[in-house]
Design a binder for this molecule. Structure first.
Ligand code: ZN
Length: 427
């Protein structure tokens, strides 16, 4: 299968190219970007997409979400994090079926494809249901079976994760597996040691919630008898590529340790605001050369999976709380949503920017609506004024998943219907 995108304005997010190139063609062959040039011949191409006056970007990479949680959208108002989890979410999750998780995950995939996300780093359980949904949708994802040793025995969870790794590590070229840990505050040192063993044995990323709020920091210090939470990371994951969701409550000592570890931050500003956790110190993370990528978290706390919403908050929050409008450019934010996410997942040689030879994960934007006119600075317009609805076409692994706003792999109406009563029936 070959696809030729004709006459687009390309924002490749690649350092070797101009930040924006006008009237460019992109040839996709099978799952790769074969050629980027002017006036590529459209003879012998299976499909031509006319992208005149449209903008092409790499698909967004959401480095922290729980896609099986779409059914918990907007259930958090009035709760603190730990109460919301313990009183509201976990008792219901115990009663969810594999089919519920499949439907809930597929709804999330529809939402992501329609808002320009092509890769998601998921963090949940019932991983086979999540994988089936992601595979049906055609998205790229990193999946896990989250480990924790409260609310059940650890051993079956470890076995489930190892079986998942064995069965799915090389099954689909769009799906990879990592080692998920809920958090150090919900995992014993035995759990963390087992997680480390699996990550080393199969050479996998680790994905964990870290320093999301003050209460969590206190619990980690008590449980592990450390003066700063980063010492736990330093002990167990000093040589493992690790994605840390949140990192809101970091002390100076944490920064000093983290800057020397192979960690990446998944910054989830909307969830952090909704749960009253605080605002991560992005300037300090960047100053310490720590890679910052973006996440939405699940819809329960993160509202939705639209990365445009997240991008807008990133820039506005940092300028506002630091009283410095020069902080974090729109282009910096776009990097966080694309190539930095690829770097976090250790996949930056494959995705995250549009260059010849990389995998064809890209989106086409129509920026013609009134709230973006006139376009003086397209990067700022995308970050501050565009929305998920500006994405008209989404391509993952060389396959068109949405064209002219129509989903091609998911029946949108039936998945909305299937998810409508899951939560109501469990209450
Ligand atoms: Zn989370």
């Amino acid at each position: 299968m070959s696809i030729l995108i004709k006459n687009c304005n390309l924002i490749s997010m690649d350092v070797s190219r101009e930040k924006i190139e006008y009237n460019v063609d992109i040839l996709i062959e099978n799952n790769r970007i074969k050629k980027i040039d002017k006036n590529i011949d459209k003879q012998c191409v299976d499909k031509v997409i006319d992208a005149t006056d449209k903008y092409v970007l790499p698909g967004f990479i959401n480095t922290h979400s729980h896609i099986g949680m779409s059914i918990f959208r907007e259930t958090v108002d009035g709760f603190i994090l730990q109460d919301w989890l313990e009183k509201k979410i976990w008792p219901i999750e115990d009663n969810l079926t594999e089919e519920d998780i499949y439907n809930s995950s597929l709804l999330s995939c529809a939402e992501m494809i329609k808002t320009g996300t092509t890769t998601v780093n998921d963090h949940y359980f019932f991983p086979e249901s999540v994988i089936n949904a992601v595979h049906t949708a055609g998205m790229r994802a990193e999946i896990t079976r989250v480990l924790m040793d409260i609310g059940g025995d650890l051993e079956p969870r470890i076995i489930e994760l190892e079986n998942l790794i064995k069965n799915y590590l090389n099954k689909y070229d769009t799906i990879s597996i990592n080692v998920g840990i809920h958090g150090f505050y919900t995992a014993s040192n035995i759990c963390v040691e087992k997680a480390r063993e699996l990550a080393k044995k199969y050479n996998l990323n680790v994905h964990i919630h870290f320093c999301e709020n003050s209460d969590e920091v206190k619990q980690i210090k008590d449980r592990y008898d450390v003066d700063v939470p980063s010492k736990v990371l330093q002990k167990y994951f000093y040589d493992i590529n690790t994605i840390l969701a949140h990192c809101v409550k970091l002390s100076d000592n944490d920064f000093n340790i983290l800057k020397n570890l192979p960690i990446h931050v998944s910054h989830c500003p909307i969830s952090n605001l909704k749960l009253g956790c605080g605002i991560a110190n992005l300037p300090k993370l960047i100053e310490n050369n720590i890679n910052v990528s973006l996440g939405t978290d699940g819809q329960g706390s993160g509202c939705n999976l639209d990365m445009f919403d997240t991008m807008k908050f990133v820039g506005l929050l940092q300028k506002g709380i630091n009283e410095d409008p020069t902080l974090i450019s729109a282009y910096d934010v776009l990097q966080m949503a694309t190539i930095n996410g690829a770097r976090a997942l250790n996949k930056d040689s494959l995705i995250g920017s549009i260059v010849e030879g990389k995998l064809a994960d890209l989106i086409i934007l129509d920026l013609s609506n009134i709230t973006l006119q006139p376009i003086n600075d397209v990067f700022s317009d995308i970050v501050y004024n565009a929305k998920g609805t500006n994405v008209i076409t989404t391509i993952v692994n060389g396959k068109i998943l949405m064209e002219n706003r129509k989903l091609l792999t998911i029946d949108e109406n039936s998945i909305i219907k299937n998810c409508k009563y899951i939560l109501k029936n469990l209450k």
